[in-house]
Ligand binder design. Sequence first.
Ligand code: NDP
Length: 316
Amino acid sequence: MNRPALLQAIPLLPSLERRLAERYDVQRLPAPGPDRDAFLREHGAGYEGLVTSAAHGATAALINALPRLRVISSFGVGLDQLDLGAAAQRGIPVGYTPDVLNDCVADLAFGLLLAIGRRIPEGDRFVRAGRWSAQPPTPFPLGRQVSGAKLGIVGLGRIGRTIARRASGFDMDVRYHSRHPVEGVAWQHEPQLLELARWCDFLVVITAGGAETRHLIDATVLEALGTKGYLVNVSRGTVIDEKALVQALQEKRIGGAALDVFEREPHVPPELYTLDNVVVVPHIASATVQTREAMAQRVVDNLDAFFAGKALLSAA
Ligand code: NDP
């Protein structure tokens, strides 16, 4: 029996590539450019499935260059780079990997929150530079207590709720902002983002990305957060007006920021490198062996379900 042909848009975990190759005829999509265009013109009609990632997504142009495409399976939960409209127009279901990464992303959100509030990377740099043992000793600046602090969460979805649950271990007072209040949760909904920013000590951003949330965290929100407040972003770089954030940090108009994601990854504004009130990491919120394996399994399970004539385990 012929195995379904899949087009793989990006490099994947070796274990995932192996599992896909056991079941499907997999071909790698060439990098963007004339080679890719020629490849798609010649072979585009040969693929029933497309495997991609949240970071790479799939444009309408790519989807439409695959006239026999029947299913898309994406590694990740973000859908901002995936043209869902173009897929829906052709009735193509889109699989993705929600839920299996909630814990991991929530863990990193707390890691960043602790890192910036308690000045952990700054302390590490301080010790390595020999400043602790120097004579005369340099005093290390005091941090911000995390236990008992006020936590504002922007976006109380699957991951936002997991972050809120983590906060109870730190006896934090939690409120959240989203367009719609979430039924059946104990945390207080704050319909005005500015009010949430004014109220909280830590503002953790975990909304969806895309046009609707672009620059949701702008200069006015940062002003409301003020010098007592710390910003943590584990959602998408686009949710924050990065230029306004850099300015606020340079002028010390907010307490600090810890960022996993950036507007033009892998570009990080170089102004941030010299600031001590900033922690930056390279988009690693879901990057553990365990979570990446679970995501990989979901990519395979979504495809296997589709080709067995069943509903996808998780469809966008
Ligand atoms: P969900 O869809 O479960 O939650 C999204 C939340 O965002 C909802 O509470 C939604 O509430 C809120 N939201 C959407 N638009 C707005 C808006 N305009 N204003 C305020 N709130 C808004 O998604 P997940 O929790 O599973 O994931 C959230 C995002 O996290 C993903 O879309 C992804 O981009 C990012 N992510 C980042 C990772 C990383 O590596 N850094 C890893 C995994 C995910 P409502 O609709 O009521 O407004």
